[in-house]
Write a protein that binds this ligand. Structure first.
Ligand SMILES: Cc1cc2nc3c(=O)[nH]c(=O)nc-3n(C[C@H](O)[C@H](O)[C@H](O)COP(=O)(O)OP(=O)(O)OC[C@H]3O[C@@H](n4cnc5c(N)ncnc54)[C@H](O)[C@@H]3O)c2cc1C
Length: 418
């Protein structure tokens, strides 16, 4: 049972299982597989707490950051994947402990509006959207979700709204997404807090270092998410008990244990494990910029979700409206466009849908900046996770939850075991 203090430190993260090996904290040497945000932040947390533990990070590629990468060209700057963090004290603690307070700030309070592009029309997502779903139906669906293993499509009665949300978060249709994994607090997965959730939320609010985020805000780094990865790397390089090895591809935790000469309990696997290509969805990411006068019809906001699968674009984020640090040259605005591979869009289809949704003027910048794979979390995923065999530790977004806040909170929770 977690205490009130635990709940105030981690909030709803405590509903998520920690998939740690039973003897992990007895390790004298650790092998961490994967140098994404998860592997790097676990290494940082444990290495600073326990300088006596030797840590090897084993990364398949030649770079750190994994999914996270910030693209730039001249004064244009765009994150290929995550661009900001939603409020959680764990993430703020990491930014603070890395001395990133001067370059970490709250999103623009005027850029919170979200729109839904449906039936060729844009409408603002609001409480009204939820009411239109029928509050009674909604309440019944959420209650039924408490039996576990349901999809988001089953608990949110309006399919377009449900799809818009799940495409926006995990690039997948709502009937393919496990509600317990995406929203454990809504389905009441896991342990319940010992006191009222509203009280815990209030207490959590007092614990943010750097600044207290306002309701509905997110926060980001000057220089994009790469700033966080670079800061983690800088710190790890200064620690004599940490080594990073690149171009190290391991197939299994057993192979790591054998080749790095550590017990299996000392392996922390922060990478996919036994996933087939079908267990991912894929999307192309574009940076699209306009001269401000050519896009004056689009109000400042957070972004637009597009559930209609006949349109090649599933989401458009208003990058230069959202962040308080610049993402575009003066007199321009930057948008990030997500095009799922399942929608089969080529350049001409994407450009013509941008004309329909954003502006019929030609963009000043149109560039594919990357392609990303997102793990699929099919209904029942979370229930299976709690039954996972735990002779080694699994961490990262395949297990912790999809967002960087989950990954970072999990890293703190793991380090607390030492
Ligand atoms: C387009 C997109 C948008 C996103 N937007 C948001 C957002 O707005 N907010 C948010 O909170 N989150 C967002 N995310 C999610 C966020 O990016 C992830 O939560 C986070 O980056 C996951 O980090 P990780 O370390 O767990 O995994 P990864 O970043 O996947 O890192 C895994 C690492 O392991 C390495 N590896 C893989 N296999 C092996 C092997 N066999 N041996 C050795 N190394 C291996 C990889 O090369 C990689 O470096 C987004 C993701 C995408 C793709």
């Amino acid at each position: 049972m977690y205490t009130v203090e635990d709940w105030v430190r981690y909030g709803d993260e405590l509903r998520r299982p920690l998939l740690v090996g039973p003897k992990l904290s007895k390790s004298t040497k650790l092998a961490i597989v994967g140098a994404g945000l998860s592997g790097l932040s676990i290494a940082f947390r444990i290495a600073t707490k326990r300088p006596d533990i030797e840590i090897e990070i084993l990364e398949k590629t030649e770079r750190c950051g994994g999914t996270i990468e910030t693209w730039s060209e001249g004064e244009w700057m765009c994150d290929v994947a995550v661009n900001a963090a939603r409020p959680h004290p764990s993430f703020w603690r990491l930014a603070s402990d890395l001395d990133l307070g001067d370059v970490f700030s709250q999103s623009n309070p005027r850029a919170t509006s979200r729109w839904l592009f449906l039936n060729k029309k844009k409408s603002k997502l609001s409480l009204l959207t939820a009411l239109k779903m029928g509050p009674v139906r909604m309440f019944r669906s959420i209650r039924s979700a408490r039996s576990g293993g349901k999809s988001i499509g089953e608990i949110i009665p309006n399919q377009s709204v449900a799809d818009a949300m799940t495409f926006g978060i995990v690039n997948d249709a709502s009937h393919n997404v496990d509600a317990d994994f995406l929203m454990p607090s809504m389905t009441k997965f896991g342990e319940e807090p010992p006191i009222k959730w509203s009280k815990i939320k209030k207490m959590m609010k007092q614990t943010y270092p750097l600044f207290t985020p306002t309701k509905g805000s997110i926060a980001s780094f000057e220089g994009g998410m790469q700033t966080l990865i670079d800061a983690l790397l800088d710190r790890l390089k200064q620690l004599s008990n940490v080594q990073i090895h690149y171009q190290q591809q391991y197939e299994s935790p057993e192979q790591v244990a054998l080749e790095r000469n550590v017990p299996i309990d000392s392996v922390i696997w922060c990478a996919p494990l036994a996933r087939t290509i079908e267990q991912y969805t894929e999307l192309d990411v574009y940076a699209v910029g306009y001269a401000s006068e050519d896009i004056a019809n689009v109000p400042a906001g957070y972004g637009t979700l597009i559930p209609d699968q006949d349109i090649p674009v599933s989401g458009i984020l208003h990058e230069s409206d959202v962040h308080s640090s610049p993402r575009a040259p003066a007199g321009h605005r930057l948008f990030r466009v997500m095009a799922p591979s399942s929608r089969d869009g080529d350049d001409s289809k994407i450009r013509s849908s941008l004309k329909q949704i954003l502006s019929n003027k030609e963009p000043a910048l149109y560039k594919k900046i990357g392609q990303r794979k997102i793990p699929s979390y099919s209904p029942g995923y979370m229930s299976k996770l709690i039954k996972t065999e735990r002779n080694f530790t699994r961490a990262g977004w395949f297990y912790s939850g999809v967002s960087v806040t989950h990954v970072v909170a999990e890293a703190e929770r793991i380090a607390e075991l030492f």
